[in-house]
Design a protein around this ligand. Structure first.
Ligand code: FES
Ligand SMILES: [Fe+2]
Length: 381
């Protein structure tokens, strides 16, 4: 985001003028989706899960990335690697989506049984003989870049990607490393809720980046976060959080939980909420006792799977009284309210009346910043 975006409270100081939205076609046309697959999903760092999902040597994680799929392995040297989920023989998809442990530490193609190590090397090609001039070393799995931050696994299909941390610095919503005090690398998934949403991934990110909809769509949320009732997403000058209602420390029905505050938080973080989006597929919700992360898996122009992971301290999860549903149920309510309006927006943007798009007022300025970054990424060669 531009440096001054969060420093100025009112549209006049900011010099804001109403800005155009994206045109309707970018939310449903197959050509827009194909261009995004090339210029964004195959060109940028994309989060595919958490390190805790591949903890042991031999573990594998298979996740979709905009109609590609990636295999993440933890090989003998304990390092994570990422490969395209494609057999180098005849292109067959090797593994189904999900978590697994590789039998005998190999990946075997279900078609003609070629086998690969978790390092991607081809070690078995039944009935194919060296004498015919076949060199197995030329048919390894195709690698892609992989890196981790705060316990999250990111992959990048580009040939020569910019370092992950450097990519954070150009994020439209600020650098997520500003939330390292939440100690996310030490947190673990205590609850996961998965949603299938009939909406373009950008509509979902845009919805997350404004609160003009909060008073009409989220009566329970605005009761807990008074700022949101005003249609704003941030508090006063120089602070990007939102204070919860007096006496509340977290987003549960009661405003409380039996979990301790995450260590490392600053005094003002206690009883505050922060939201941040990491382009293109993570949306973080920071609470005193929990970090909830939406990870988007867009699978086409009009469908997005949304995985909502609730991260807690391991000792909170081990507590016999651990009850993640208190925050889970609250967010499930809010999330379903959001997805319903996103799906409704999706049906409207198809109209010929919206071909040229609509307009962003001042409180939509983060949505506009998202679109600005999106346009930049889409203008790449
Ligand atoms: S396509 Fe995989 S072994 Fe033939
Ligand atoms: Fe919302």
């Amino acid at each position: 985001m531009s440096a001054n975006l969060k420093d100025l409270e009112n549209p006049v100081d900011y010099g804001w003028e109403p800005q155009p939205t994206l045109g309707g076609g970018s939310y449903y046309l197959p050509e827009a989706w194909e261009a995004e697959r090339e210029r964004i999903f195959a060109a940028d760092w994309f989060c595919v899960g958490r390190e805790e999902e591949v903890p042991e040597v031999g573990d594998m994680l298979v996740r979709p990335v905009a109609e590609e799929t990636v295999i993440v392995t933890r090989a003998k040297d304990s390092e994570l690697r990422a490969f395209f989920n494609v057999c180098s023989h005849r292109g067959t998809r090797l593994c189904d989506a999900g978590q697994s442990h590789a039998k005998s530490n190999v990946i075997k193609c279900p078609y003609h049984a070629w086998t690969y190590t978790l390092e991607g090397e081809c070690v078995g090609t039944p009935n194919v003989h060296e004498e015919e001039g076949f060199d197995r070393s030329t048919v390894s799995l195709t690698r892609m870049a992989i890196d981790t931050w705060a316990g999250f696994i990111f992959i990048n299909m580009a040939e020569d990607p910019m370092p992950l941390r450097e990519s954070f610095t150009r994020n439209f919503d600020g650098d997520p490393t500003q939330f390292e005090r939440y100690g996310m690398e030490d947190l673990r998934i205590g609850l996961q809720i998965v949603y299938e949403v009939e909406a373009n991934w950008k509509i979902i990110i845009e919805n997350f980046n404004e609160c003009l909809h909060c008073p009409s769509v989220h009566p329970e949320l605005v009761q807990k976060v008074p700022l949101f009732r005003k249609g704003k997403v941030e508090d006063d000058v120089g602070w990007t959080g939102a204070e919860l209602i007096e006496g509340a420390t977290t987003l549960t029905a009661t405003g409380e939980s039996n979990r301790s505050a995450l260590p490392g938080l600053e005094a003002r973080d206690i009883g505050a909420y922060f939201g941040i989006t990491q382009f293109p597929n993570l949306m973080f919700n920071m609470h005193t006792d929990c970090v909830m992360v939406y990870r988007l898996e867009p699978s086409g122009a009009t469908h997005t799977r949304i995985v909502s992971d609730f991260l807690f301290r391991p000792e909170a999860i081990e507590d016999p009284d651990f009850n993640p549903r208190d925050i889970g149920d609250f967010w499930d309510l809010v999330s379903l309210q959001d997805w319903a309006v996103c799906e409704r927006a999706q049906t409207g943007v198809r109209s010929r009346a919206y071909a040229n798009g609509g307009v962003y007022p001042f409180n939509d300025r983060y949505v506009w910043e998202f679109n600005r970054m999106y346009r930049e990424m889409m203008a790449r060669g």
